[in-house]
Design a protein around this ligand. Structure first.
Ligand code: HEC
Ligand code: HEC
Length: 360
């Protein structure tokens, strides 16, 4: 009896402790300003998802609702070279609208012609992404968007404070930030506005979607139809390029780099988990015919090269994903796969016209 009641007393004390910790930590979170800048009431911007895409609204964070004003501000920032240290490079320098928001180069070139080791992925359909960058090191689009601005190889601003100070000297931006966020320029607001703009870049309603959903039986050539079969069966592509956005949002080692002597450890650099050595995020395949060259190091100039690489089983290494196998695809099967991939060009991002003038 005695023991039981002592136990009960201890449990009640624990309960108080737990409740106390919860109350105090939520108070702290509130006061440390983790919620940051919040958009003011704006004109709602409604996304009209093209065929085959999931409802985009479900993917928009509560603390950054889409508004016309926010998207417009994000677009200005995305295209504005003044966000770089010497006013020569904007986000759009490496994510160019005309090549489906990539830069058409194996690796990108930032300020002072500095080059990194990775190829620029597209901004399209990032709305559906769970993690951002090839190694998933950014958890949200808001966090991602402010990282290139201070990256030494990209836009090279000395600090986020310096970005705020620089933009606050431009009266036009000060005014727009007041309208959208009710504050002067803050880095949090810069991230939110650019994330909002990028969320409007969608791709769906491709020939593959129209065929697959029975909207148009003639949307795909016979070759592309056979390619769809190879993609799903013999090619095993859907074990990673799965779902409506053709990605499992996971990280895999195909062996890219392992023939070069300078290996990019990829996701491992973020998690330090051995299973992530040389693993990179499965990219979406929507618009892929427009986003050459391919892979994180931009090594393949054509989809034909990519398909041949998979057919021979990637590049063997001790950490290669077990889903990468020698496929021995025939010439015809490889050509059919390429035709299928071309069928993933779609629409939902072509509406953007780059700004013709910027805030002064
Ligand atoms: C100098 C070229 C360059 C500039 C400038 C640049 N980017 Fe990138 N961007 C890249 C490269 C290269 C990567 C891949 C880097 C990596 O994964 O480590 C990337 C990755 C991204 C991604 C992640 C895509 C994905 O699939 O996860 C997004 C989104 C993005 N950039 C948006 C932006 C925004 C917004 C800006 C402007 C603030 C910007 N970029 C400026 C080259 C650039
Ligand atoms: C084990 C998972 C996996 C399988 C299976 C797989 N892929 Fe990939 N795919 C990836 C990853 C991861 C990348 C990026 C790899 C890198 O850059 O290191 C990629 C990249 C690509 C790219 C380049 C995209 C770009 O934007 O650079 C294409 C095209 C592609 N895959 C098509 C296919 C096809 C076609 C098949 C089937 C024959 C296939 N994939 C099978 C995971 C996979």
């Amino acid at each position: 009896m005695k023991n039981t009641s002592r136990l009960a007393a201890v449990t009640i004390r624990h309960l108080f402790l737990i409740v106390g910790v919860i109350v105090i930590s939520s108070l702290l979170l509130g006061f440390t300003g983790l919620s940051q800048v919040v958009a003011k009431e704006g004109t709602p911007y409604s996304l009209d998802p093209p065929l085959a895409l999931q409802d985009p609204d479900r993917y928009i964070p509560k603390d950054n609702p889409l508004t016309k004003e926010g998207v417009e501000l994000g677009k200005l920032l995305f295209f504005d070279k003044r966000l770089s240290v010497n006013n020569t490079v904007s986000c759009a320098t490496c994510h160019m609208a005309e090549v489906a928001y990539t830069d058409g180069q194996p690796v990108s070139t930032g300020v002072f012609r500095r080059q990194g080791g990775r190829s620029a992925p597209t901004s399209i359909n990032r709305l559906y992404g769970k993690m951002h960058f090839w190694d998933g090191r950014a958890a949200t689009m808001e966090a991602q968007a402010v990282m290139p601005i201070t990256d030494h190889l990209e836009m090279a601003m000395p600090s986020h404070k310096a970005v705020e100070d620089k933009l606050n000297t431009i009266q036009g931006y000060k005014k727009l930030f007041q309208e959208v966020f009710g504050t002067d320029v803050t880095i949090g607001g810069v991230g939110k506005a650019m994330a909002s703009f990028q969320r409007t870049l969608l791709s769906g309603n491709s020939a593959v979607d129209k065929f697959d959903r029975g909207v148009d039986d003639n949307a795909l050539s016979l070759s592309a139809q056979r390619g769809m079969e190879v993609f799903r069966e013999k090619g095993r592509c859907t074990s990673c390029h799965s779902g409506f956005n053709f990605t499992d949002e996971e990280f895999h080692n195909l062996g890219i780099d392992w023939d070069t002597g300078k290996i990019d450890l990829g996701r491992f650099r973020v998690t330090k988990d051995q299973k992530h050595i040389g693993a990179f995020k499965t990219p979406t395949l929507r618009e892929v015919a427009r986003t050459a060259p391919y892979m994180h190091d931009g090594r393949f100039g054509t989809l034909k090269d990519v398909v041949a690489f998979y057919s021979q089983g990637g590049i063997k290494n001790p950490f290669q994903d077990s889903d990468i196998r020698v496929l021995n695809l025939t010439e015809q099967e490889q050509e059919d796969l390429v035709q299928f991939l071309i069928g993933l060009n779609g629409e939902g991002w072509q509406h953007v016209t780059p700004p013709t003038s910027f805030p002064k």
